[in-house]
Design a protein around this ligand. Structure first.
Ligand code: XMP
Length: 512
């Protein structure tokens, strides 16, 4: 498949560049700028995109364009630092400009070219340094009030540079620019579609596992469901899926996972009813970290016992996705990755050895969803919001009992139902997560002539890009009113509903 290689010079937007190119249906991969040449060239890239970065080209040990890129004869698009590095490498001059240019800018195209076909563009700029002398063979394509060289090119060698960021949403028509570079300038065929992704994954999985047995643990989450379904397409009943019903999922979810994968997808699925076991293990525990630990350990023990009883299959399916892969290979982003891993429950015991089958390893989340849809998984599963591994334990504050879990599940279902009725859930939803939390607090209320003394439900709904920061969603008052009204009327044991209006930071998304 035709591909583009993106070299990451430390940009916070590197993954966005990759996503935009993939949206143009061109396959691409992201590499650290100093990745071994063989690794990058193995992709046989039709062209290179050089990302932005926080450094200055004259700094000691500044990242530079590896020689194999310039020697390849392939088109190059340098973005921001990538453009400066290109100018620097080819004999141009880069200087620190007096004023940093940050924010929106109007760019005017002054020379016809295949990359910037619009006469004017509104773009996002974020740079200190700028190019003051072009390398030989280059000319100016576009300028802005602050950047006399907002874009440059050597059309003969098909080298392009843009000072602005076409990958960010604020740059109007930025997607088109990246598409034109990949498809028209590099000549990469736009063949990266859900159908081709599925076909390619199936071939890869078949080559990897041959006729061996494969085990998949499914949680009901998007990644594990899509991964298991793909592997099932590839190897059919060599796959056995394992679903542990912890009793900690939302209303109706366990039944849905079993029904969909077993009946609709025809998978061999072992469903272990471990609800009582989890309740017993969690009895009397209120500390959040303790809850997480107990759920993680219990899960692993059950998984281990099942795997053994299945004769310990050689292969295990894992729903690793591309952002997990690139984040763990880029040192400057390892801090962010570490923050995420503390959320991942448990790990396999050291004496359990599996070879991993990772059919989603090269996919972004939106691609996983598109593949899930193409495989025929129901929209509720494909568009499911992220759900914490320890499940409702961390949303049921205080002690976990069957009754309190049921109260929480009912309230949560009403909240989701009303959001859905208001068109605020599912595909294209602005809400990243929305859920109910049961507080271990009683408050006084009045119902009819009766005084009540019952627990409180807190509603949480957030918008976020990356889950590292989040804002509370400005839900319509009418929706909140309907939800609160229904919860106190329909859910036993709840007489008060509050809405959480804290952002992250300083609060977290979950309450525990
Ligand atoms: P916080 O609450 O830290 O959540 O703002 C950020 C994201 O992580 C999810 N989360 C978890 N996921 N195990 C998980 O698998 C956990 O223990 C856990 N705690 C929080 C949370 O739902 C949100 O998407």
């Amino acid at each position: 498949m035709d591909a583009i290689a993106i070299l990451d010079f430390g940009s916070q937007y590197a993954q966005l560049i990759a996503r935009r190119v993939r949206e143009a249906q061109v396959y691409c991969e992201l590499f650290p700028w100093d990745a071994p040449a063989e690794q990058v060239l193995a992709l046989q890239p039709k062209g290179f995109i050089l990302s932005g970065g926080p450094r200055s080209v004259y700094e000691p040990n500044a990242p530079f364009i590896p020689p194999y890129v310039l020697e390849s004869g392939r088109p190059i698009l340098g973005i921001c630092y990538g453009m400066q590095a290109l100018a620097h490498a080819l004999g141009g001059q880069v200087d620190a400009s007096a004023a940093r240019e940050y924010g929106m800018a109007e760019v005017e195209t002054i020379s016809p070219n295949p990359l910037l076909t619009e006469p004017r563009l509104t773009v996002w700029m974020s740079h200190g340094d700028r190019i003051t002398r072009l390398p030989a063979g280059f000319h100016v394509l576009a300028r802005s009030a602050n950047s006399p060289i907002a874009a440059m090119a050597d059309l003969e060698r098909r080298y392009f540079g843009v000072q602005f960021h076409p990958e960010v949403q604020h740059t109007r028509g930025g997607r088109e620019i990246l598409r034109r570079f990949a498809v028209e300038i590099c000549g990469a065929r736009p063949e990266w579609t859900p159908a081709s992704i599925i076909e390619e994954s199936i071939q890869r999985v078949r080559r990897q596992v041959g006729s061996e047995r494969v085990l998949a643990a499914v949680s009901g989450g998007v990644d594990s469901s899509v991964a298991a379904t793909l592997v099932h397409r590839a190897v059919g009943d060599q796959l056995v899926a394992l679903f542990v019903d912890t009793g900690l999922l939302r209303l109706g979810e366990a039944e849905q996972v079993i029904r969909t994968l077993r009946r609709q997808m025809g998978m061999e699925l072992i469903a272990v009813d471990a609800r009582q076991e989890f309740l017993d293990a969690l009895r009397g525990v209120t500390d959040p970290e303790q809850k997480r630990k107990i759920v993680g350990e219990k899960f692993i023990r059950i998984f281990e016992a099942q795997a053994r009883s299945l004769g310990s299959p050689r292969f295990l399916v894992q729903g690793t996705i591309y952002p997990d892969v690139v984040e763990s290979s880029a040192p400057e982003r390892q801090k962010a990755a570490r923050i995420k891993t503390h959320h991942n429950v448990g790990g396999l015991p050291p004496d359990m050895h599996f070879e991993l089958v990772e059919p989603l390893r090269y996919l972004f989340k939106d691609e996983v969803r598109a593949v899930g849809e193409a495989l025929g998984l129901p929209p509720e599963m494909v568009w499911r919001q992220p759900f914490p591994g320890p499940g409702l334990t961390v949303r049921c504050l205080g002690e976990i009992t069957a009754e309190r879990l049921e109260t929480l599940r009912q309230a949560d279902a009403i909240f989701l139902e009303e959001l859905s009725a208001a068109g605020l859930l599912g595909k294209g939803s602005p809400l990243a997560q929305a859920f109910a939390v049961l507080l271990p607090v009683r408050s006084v209320g009045v119902m009819g002539d009766q005084r009540t003394y019952q627990e409180v439900i807190a509603l949480r709904a957030v918008t976020t890009e990356d889950f590292m920061t989040a804002d509370w969603a400005r839900l319509p008052y009418e929706v909140l009113a309907r939800v609160a009204n229904r919860i106190v009327n329909e859910v036993q044991g709840v007489n008060r509903v509050v809405y959480d209006i804290t952002s992250k930071p300083p609060a977290t998304i979950e309450w525990e």
